[in-house]
Design a protein around this ligand. Structure first.
Ligand code: IVH
Length: 765
């Protein structure tokens, strides 16, 4: 047995050395970070239990370092420690048991559980409340001096406490935290890259690290980095007795502190929460790679001390690996209802996070090219939560030369029409609305539950109807007649009767359901509901879209001479040109409420050769576009890209024909008359949060029936936030924004015409 262990330790050390060399020297890793972590943890575990077999050159002897040659070094106030890893509840139980053995008998440990942010560690020093230095973790003893760069990050206070009511600042406070990209900022960054014709960034953490280590802090300032602070390294005169208090103290000082930390009364309480966290992971605004568990009582944590470079009082609980590498065997091509062509990777089956994965999304061909993924490559696949598994990238180090490029097909594999790539789009499309695959997908969606909900119209039936040429598009469904159906194999009288009856019933579906069934990209039930709140009929939507299209064309016409002259010589001009080319998404929403449109436009256009004479016409043209698009842009919850999709959809002649045919067949295209009970709430906007005594939809209807409006998020325009049981963060936001918070009972009192004071209590006198 001991021989085996000794051999296994040697084997793991050898393997890890190879991987470290491939990663750091050759830049050609052959396994994923998660796979590496696993091997490393296995070795660490064996070495802890059998230190006598640990090799002197074991990879576990290395202390991680992010030092680079470009920055002066700063010595940390105290060693910047790391964390040991746990992978399951047993590991946590063992960890607690080891700790309890080091503490007085009968000790009860409480824990603080919080997300483990996947960013890079930062150590920031404040002297008399002023930020004086910031350093990367480096090798734990020295770090790179990135003070100037860190100062550009808005969530890092330059002076503490941010809010003076919190008293003074410690003479010296050294804090530790993590710098990262919020998921949406990373997506935005990649969108900008794409607009400039530059390759996309793949890994948010590496990009955050690269962004922080810019020699010119102006380059860092352009990146939307965020910092979260989670620990105190040193604090003069700061007396705190628990981790939980520490978080509160940091929050009081004005630091950005993770909101989702939980104080757990014991380890059972912690393990109970673990599965919930794995599910919640995808909903967080940032990437996490696990959780951090810390002993709450700082005196105990202190007593437990440090082993190697890890404090005993804290541990990282790593989520099951979500990534694995496998071989890409081939690529299949799908065509969706919008005509979008999607490549899917066929993989050698691989087990990831408890599931066998044999195909994964490749997103689009642009991404395939940007990542240089080749047929036959070993690829890294990620599977996380409910998201369809996708290929993160190739493992170039594993190539043997037999790999081949993956290119978009020239023609649609289903109808042989030449594929097109619209300007600025990353996707390729089959533009043939009669493509049998597109029609099939469109119809499947059209009749599905939540859409028109037509019973008896399964994929098989649809396929038969298309094949027999009884339908060519979704509107044809409403013109089906019994005789030709009865002539089909397997269509008995009863079946035909039922089918026709459910088609008849579908004509009377509520307007929002009809709108959903059209399959406009991004318009599901929720968005359809938002649209039908503002538009009384399909015709209104068609009219508004037409006006927007006309205004957009006229704007394009007005800027054309300018665009002909302007060159995208630098980033700034390229950005402005991009905005001028996409006024509906890039300009109209931004300048909606601008009183000084001409000045704003003048400022925007500075990098371009615009003459003073051109400006008024441009401003007028933009004002027209803003006015035309206001009915859509002013709907809260409808982003600019979605608005553009809607406009494009309604502008398409094929879609217009379908709508006309549906209308002629008697399909409902009008919103139901609103029940109006009063106008006591007219002009007021409400946000509902938490559980109410009746379903929230009913409360919404009640508010609307009295002339009020209900929106999804708190803003300056919100009149009241109505809080039910267990309300969400909207209440915090309301308090911060000085928006009154009232209860459901108080809302009902308001409706009844009673006064409700600002503090939120109904004045019943
Ligand atoms: S506490 C003394 N809390 O994870 C230990 N670390 O794998 C102090 N990390 O080096 C660390 N989120 O850079 C702590 N909420 C969190 C964290 C966190 C991410 C990083 C940190 C650390 C690494 C350990």
């Amino acid at each position: 047995m001991s021989r085996e262990i000794q051999e296994r330790i040697a084997e793991l050390s050898g393997e890890l050395h190879q991987h470290i060399y491939r990663y750091h020297v050759l830049n050609e890793p052959v396994i994923t970070d998660a796979e590496y972590d696993r091997l490393f943890a296995d070795l660490q575990d064996l070495e802890t239990r059998h230190p006598e077999y640990a090799l002197p050159d074991s990879p576990t002897q290395r202390v991680g370092s992010d030092l680079s040659g470009d920055f002066p070094k700063l010595r940390h106030a105290a060693p910047i420690l790391s964390l040991s890893n746990a992978f399951d509840a047993d590991d946590l139980a063992n960890w607690q048991e080891r700790n309890l053995r080091l503490l007085p008998a009968g000790t009860q440990l409480r824990y603080v559980l919080q997300p483990k942010l996947d960013g890079l560690a930062i150590v920031i020093t404040y002297e008399d409340g002023v930020l004086t230095r910031a350093a990367t973790r480096g090798n734990g003893e020295f770090g790179d001096d990135v003070t100037a760069n860190v100062k550009t990050i808005r969530s890092v206070p330059l002076r503490i406490p941010v809010n003076r009511d919190q008293g003074g600042a410690p003479a010296r406070l050294v804090v530790r935290g993590e710098i990262l990209f919020h998921k949406n900022s990373f997506v935005e960054l990649n969108r900008e890259q794409q607009a400039l014709g530059l390759p996309a960034y793949v890994n948010a953490r590496n990009t955050a690290s690269g962004s922080l280590k810019q020699k010119d802090s102006r380059a860092t300032a352009k990146r939307k980095l965020t910092a979260y602070i989670y620990a105190i390294v040193e604090g003069d005169g700061v007396v705190l007795s628990s981790e939980w208090e520490t978080l509160q103290f940091l929050r009081d000082m004005g630091f950005n502190v993770i909101r989702d930390a939980a104080l757990c009364k014991d380890l059972a309480d912690v393990t109970k929460r673990l599965p919930g966290w794995e599910a919640k992971r995808d909903d967080l605004p940032f990437e996490i790679d696990g959780l951090v568990l810390k002993v709450d009582n700082l005196a105990y944590a202190d007593e437990l001390g440090v082993v190697g470079k890890d404090p005993r009082g804290a541990i990282a609980y790593k989520f099951p690996a979500e990534e694995a590498s496998t071989k890409l065997l081939g690529v299949t091509i799908g065509v969706g209802r919008t005509g979008k062509v999607t490549p899917t990777a066929q993989l050698e089956p691989v087990f990831i996070g408890g599931v066998t994965v044999s195909n994964a999304s490749l997103h689009n061909y642009e991404q395939v090219a940007a990542l240089d993924i080749r047929q036959g490559d070993r690829v890294v696949v990620k599977r996380s939560g409910d998201v369809i598994p996708y290929v993160i990238g190739p493992v170039p180090g594993a190539r043997d030369g037999s790999e081949t490029a993956i290119l978009p097909p020239e023609a649609c594999p289903f109808c042989d029409t030449r594929l097109i790539q619209p300007a600025g789009a990353v996707d390729w499309f089959c533009a043939n609305p009669q493509c049998p695959e597109r029609v099939m997908r469109t119809l499947e969606f059209f009749v599905s539950r939540g859409a028109l909900d037509i019973e008896g119209m399964g994929p098989q039936t649809i396929a038969t109807l298309i094949e027999k040429k009884l339908i060519k598009d979704e509107a044809d469904i409403f013109y089906l007649e019994a005789a030709p159906l009865l002539a089909l194999e397997g269509f008995a009288e009863k079946k035909v009767e039922n089918l026709l009856a459910s088609i008849e019933a579908a004509k009377a579906r509520p307007f929002e359901q009809v709108l959903t069934s059209l399959g406009i990209d991004g318009v599901g039930a929720t968005v359809a509901g938002l649209l039908t709140d503002s538009f009384a009929s399909m015709q209104d939507l068609l009219d508004t879209s037409k006006q927007i299209r006309v205004a957009r064309e006229s704007f394009a016409h007005t800027v054309a001479p300018l665009l002909r002259e302007a060159g995208a010589d630098d980033d700034e001009s390229a950005r402005v040109i991009f905005r001028l080319r996409h006024p509906l998404t890039e300009l109209a929403p931004r300048y909606q409420d601008a009183a000084d449109l001409r000045d704003r436009l003048a400022r925007l256009l500075k990098p371009l050769p615009v003459s003073a004479e051109q400006l008024p016409a441009l401003a007028q043209s933009l004002a027209d576009l803003i006015a035309a698009s206001r009915p859509l842009h002013s709907i809260e919850g409808l982003g600019p890209v979605l608005v553009a999709n809607i406009v494009d959809w309604f502008s398409d002649e094929h879609h217009q024909n379908i709508l006309a045919k549906m209308q002629a067949a008697g399909v409902n295209m009008r919103a139901a008359e609103r029940v109006v009970s009063g106008d006591g709430l007219s002009g007021q906007t409400f946000v509902l949060t938490g559980a109410m005594s009746v379903p929230r939809g009913e409360v919404k209807a009640l508010v609307e029936a009295h002339g009020g409006k209900v929106t999804g998020s708190v803003s300056k325009k919100t009149s009241y936030v109505v809080a039910g049981d267990a309300p969400g963060s909207k209440v915090d936001k309301a308090i911060k924004s000085n928006v009154p918070v009232i209860s459901e009972a108080e809302l009902r009192a308001l409706i009844a015409g009673e006064q409700v004071d600002a503090a939120g209590t109904a004045n019943l006198l």
